[in-house]
Design a protein around this ligand. Structure first.
Ligand SMILES: Nc1ncnc2c1ncn2[C@@H]1O[C@H](COP(=O)(O)OP(=O)(O)O)[C@@H](O)[C@H]1O
Ligand SMILES: [Mg+2]
Length: 376
């Protein structure tokens, strides 16, 4: 602990745990404990635990991109173009979600960014380091958790973490301290000495997360972090992840095919389909363009005429179609429902199913891809 430091931005007296690394802006930086209220714009520089400078590094922090990719392409074979020109600019200390269906190219993108796969063309860098030319430097600065769990279930949770630390050359005392810190973080202290084979799905995910954090990464990549978990376990993983961003200044890139995950967790979302990012923005920006309410209609008859008539209504903001669904974004759903139904009647379009909801990323996905994003 370093005490009695006055944060140069918010002015509050603050203690700084030495484990709290700031966003990657070079050197040893620590964020103010009032981060993120003081907007994460403060970094306190220290060397060997001694404060040498406390200053506002806002510009450096915010112009520093944790992850950049430009024109990334991965072709596995003549037929399979898995990633087809992905560009990314992900600011340090943010959570970015790549949202897309199975086969969209999410895992392939993660494999390239984590240096495990070479791109066919294009370039990418993580914490400013080229993922091909500086692969081993990149590896020292990142953590990864994979979609397919690769835990050795014969080991205990503690051993899994310990082996990982040894693999990365961490000293014994350092491993011990880190392991107890992480077991507490993911609430696995009691189960630490049990074999992983006795863990539930949620516990295994939490252990994976702890392993990804062993080497104090600046950027954490998570491939489908809550795949197959029940809602309660998913919500607890979201809490850990948010915490990591806020308390430790980490940058997180996660992939998901769960819309609610992207909506609740991410600062920015990139919707990926067939190897490219079709639209990007904050969840709120993406959703707001869909109108304040969303009517979804399935039916039979002259859909084209119906859509044309609906488009001409003054209160209709967007109309998108795909997968036999018509999505209408409007100002206020319940009041407008009768009018929409009467337009359908006049066009001879028979409504079989109709619902009014608040728009979600699911409507955004439909708009940009013409398909529904279903959980598989
Ligand atoms: N090792 C591989 N060899 C050949 N094709 C692959 C390989 N890995 C993935 N693919 C194909 O590349 C496409 C993208 O896959 P992937 O990146 O795993 O997508 P996602 O993670 O979004 O489901 C899919 O069509 C998939 O079948
Ligand atoms: Mg995948």
């Amino acid at each position: 602990m370093i005490e009695d430091i006055r944060c140069p931005i918010c002015g509050s007296k603050t203690t700084i745990p030495t484990s709290k690394k700031g966003p990657n802006i070079g050197g040893q930086f620590h964020v103010c404990t009032r981060y993120p209220e003081c907007k994460g714009k403060v970094a306190v520089e220290s060397q060997n635990g001694n404060i040498v400078q406390a200053a506002d590094f806002s510009e450096r922090t915010y112009t520093s991109m944790a992850i950049q990719a430009s024109g990334l392409v991965k072709r596995y074979s003549e037929e399979v173009l898995a990633v087809d020109g992905v560009d990314l600019n992900i600011e340090a200390n943010t959570v970015y979600a790549l949202l897309g269906p199975n086969g969209a190219g999410k895992t392939t993108t993660i494999l390239i960014l984590t240096t495990l796969l070479q791109p066919t063309s294009g370039s990418a860098s993580v914490v400013g380091l080229d993922v091909v030319r500086k692969a081993s430097d990149v590896r020292r600065r990142i953590g990864v958790t994979f979609q397919e769990m690769i835990l050795d279930v014969e080991l205990t949770g503690r051993q899994v973490l310990d082996y990982h630390g040894r693999f990365y050359g961490m000293k014994k005392a350092q491993r011990k301290a880190k392991i107890s810190e992480l077991l507490a973080l993911v609430e696995l202290e009691e189960a630490a000495n049990r074999r992983v084979s006795t863990y539930s799905g949620g516990m295994k995910r939490r252990l994976e997360l702890a392993r990804g954090l062993m080497t104090e990464p600046e950027v954490l990549f998570l491939d489908e972090p809550t795949l197959g978990l029940d809602p309660q376990n998913r919500a607890s993983i979201w809490d850990y992840l948010r915490n990591l961003k806020e308390q430790r200044g980490l940058t997180l890139l996660l992939t998901t095919h769960y819309m609610d995950e992207a909506e609740h967790l991410a600062d920015r979302v990139g919707i990926i389909d067939q190897g490219h990012i079709v639209v990007e923005g904050t969840p709120r920006e993406l959703i707001e363009q869909m109108g304040s309410d969303s009517i979804r209609i399935a039916g039979q008859g002259d859909g084209e005429k119906f859509i044309e008539e609906v488009r001409s209504l003054s209160f209709v903001q967007t109309v998108t179609t795909g997968d036999d669904l018509i999505q209408i974004g409007i100002d206020s759903g319940n009041k407008r429902l009768p009018e929409i139904v009467s337009v359908a009647n006049n066009c001879g379009f028979v409504i079989e199913d109709i619902s009014v909801t608040k728009p979600s990323l699911s409507d955004v996905f439909l708009k940009y891809t013409g398909r529904q994003l279903r959980d598989k």
